[in-house]
Design a protein around this ligand. Structure first.
Ligand code: ZN
Length: 347
């Protein structure tokens, strides 16, 4: 992950100040009927999710309600109360993708209100409600061994039954949203854009009349969102992500409302910078492969990591491996390098 904000205009200045002072940003009115609400993401360096509350008469739709914790739930309910909305009055929930810091709280909010829950057409989580988390975790350990992870680090790299159970508890959607669908709420017609990459069914919501885009984790102002070869993910997620960056790159004057960090203008510039980072990283991966690295782990340990390879633990270690695997797959499907044995495609 690399941090830079040159070339974009930061519009969420209070959000950026809060980011630097390590406090929660304020609840803000972004545009008529569109409010941003920070919801804590405990124990994660992203610190919080920016949820968006879309209000319109009797309708209240929450986009990316955030991670499910009592503290985060209290923050969201307090913000709604300040807007004169009770928890039972939530009518709909949209998650830009299935990750726990986006979809996590949907089940709790829906059980108190009966709100519908919507996800992108192509979104799928790592485990279904019918699968055994222990079996899946064992399979994932096998995958990590095939990626060349030393035996003593396999338990750390593989998904644990606990994390898979957390994922299995996520709400099932009642509605699916696909490319160019229109969601009318808050007096605005939100156009859905499929933006696979970070996850297979990630979506962004565009308000063309109001020149706003809710970008989820697809485009963030400061860091590069993680793109990984994952269980049941895309088989070539990096290619999907590059296509999605090119797809979102128009409309530089729109205000981008991301799910983390702060609002900004300059989505085209930002998308190009993110694409350049991918290209640079691919070159680095290719150099290591060409020098003879023979497994995903062997490649990953020779790449540069901002916090240093040795300090990557657990989740960061796993993400480093699956990001490297995504690059190896991309180089292989581009016909640039045959890849490494043991890079098993996610089913
Ligand atoms: Zn996120």
């Amino acid at each position: 992950m690399r941090a830079e904000t040159a070339g974009i205009t930061i519009t969420g200045t209070a959000q950026r100040e809060a980011w630097h002072s390590k406090v929660l940003p304020p609840v803000e009115l972004v545009a008529a009927g569109v409010h941003s609400v920070p919801v804590v993401f405990p124990g994660n360096p992203m610190r919080y999710t920016l949820s968006y509350v879309l209000l319109d008469g009797d309708e209240c739709v929450v986009v990316d309600p955030g991670f499910d914790s009592d503290e985060g739930h209290g923050q969201l309910i307090a913000a709604l109360a300040s807007l004169d909305v009770g928890p039972r009055e939530i009518t709909g929930i949209v998650a830009t993708h299935f990750h726990t810091d986006h979809l996590g709280m949907a089940a709790r909010l829906a059980s108190g209100s009966g709100a519908w829950i919507a996800l992108g057409n192509n979104e799928r989580r790592h485990i279904s409600a019918f699968e055994d988390a222990h079996e899946e975790s064992a399979l994932d350990q096998t995958r990590m061994r095939a990626w060349g992870v030393p035996e003593e680090r396999v338990p750390e790299a593989a998904m644990t039954p606990e994390s898979l159970l957390d994922m299995r508890r996520l709400a099932d959607p009642d509605r699916r949203l696909g490319d160019n669908d229109i969601l009318s709420v808050a007096g605005r017609n939100w156009r859905i854009m499929d933006t696979p990459g970070h996850t297979p069914g990630h979506i962004c919501l565009w308000d063309d009349a109001g020149e706003l885009v809710l970008s989820g984790d697809h485009v963030l102002p400061r860091i590069s969102p993680n793109v990984s070869l994952e269980i049941r993910g895309d088989t070539d997620p990096l290619r999907r992500n590059i296509e999605s960056l090119q797809k979102i790159a128009g409309n530089d004057h729109y205000e981008v409302c991301p799910a983390h960090e702060y609002r900004f203008r300059g989505v085209g510039h930002r998308a190009r910078v993110l694409e350049e980072h991918i290209t640079e990283r691919s070159r680095e991966v290719l150099a290591v492969l060409s020098a003879g690295a023979s497994t995903v782990h062997d490649v990953a340990r020779q790449l540069t990591w901002s916090r240093g390879w040795a300090s990557l633990g657990q989740l960061q270690f796993r993400l480093a491996l699956s990001e490297t695997a995504a690059h190896i797959r991309y180089l292989a499907t581009s016909g640039i390098h045959p890849g490494v044995p043991g890079l098993v495609a996610a089913p």
